[in-house]
Design a protein around this ligand. Sequence first.
Ligand SMILES: Nc1ncnc2c1ncn2[C@@H]1O[C@H](COP(=O)(O)OP(=O)(O)OP(=O)(O)O)[C@@H](O)[C@H]1O
Length: 232
Amino acid sequence: MLEIKNYSSFILNDISFKLEENENLIILGQNGAGKSTLAKVLSNLINNNQVFLDNEDISSIDDLKRAKFINYIPPGLTIFDEYITLKEFLELSFVSTVDNQKVSNIISLLKMEKLKDKFCKSFSSGEKQLVLLASAIIHDAKITIFDELTANLDINRLKDVYDIFKSDLLNQKIIITHNLDLAYALKFKILFLKDGKIEFFGSNEEFFENSNLEKFYNKSIQKVNNHLVVNL
Ligand SMILES: Nc1ncnc2c1ncn2[C@@H]1O[C@H](COP(=O)(O)OP(=O)(O)OP(=O)(O)O)[C@@H](O)[C@H]1O
């Protein structure tokens, strides 16, 4: 169980919520609402004493154990080594012993065989996001937080990632996204942030009722015959 209690800062305002074991969450909200900041608080990249994993303050857990518990995947891949290949990068993603078979399996799962021995620095933005996903699967944390993982993916890749999110390949997931079709299709619980405050925390079904869509997105999106329609 993951819990945050009364967290406030100059960006976030009195944040409290609880996620049960293996309950997945989607975090929505406008640009600058505080989604990435909340993710960094939850993973203790922004140090605090208000986040608890199974009632244990995560700031008191040693770094290695915390890395196994919660993994924050940033929106972009930062590569410090110009000459690191995909295969080498993934080998570094293991928290403990490297399993080369697992690396090969993930590379074929994500259809990245052609990139295996190429330098990550040369990858396109979508490919870099797939590297981040592959790394998260290998890392295999109890909770993985994805910050805009799908922003640069084509529709086929988006479907692949959707299938992975729906599968048991990863444990508990927290997904920050601006893609409402993805959020709607995943059916995970929703947290909506506005100006650093939680405006909604509840079921996917309730969030995507037309009355809530109007409240949170004005008239720019509507549900018609169970499909989301954007009005630009
Ligand atoms: N280190 C910082 N110092 C000062 N202000 C910051 C810092 N980090 C974030 N902010 C501000 O806090 C607000 C929330 O930022 P955050 O990145 O959490 O938003 P977000 O909801 O993830 O936005 P987006 O959807 O655009 O990625 C923004 O106005 C941002 O400028």
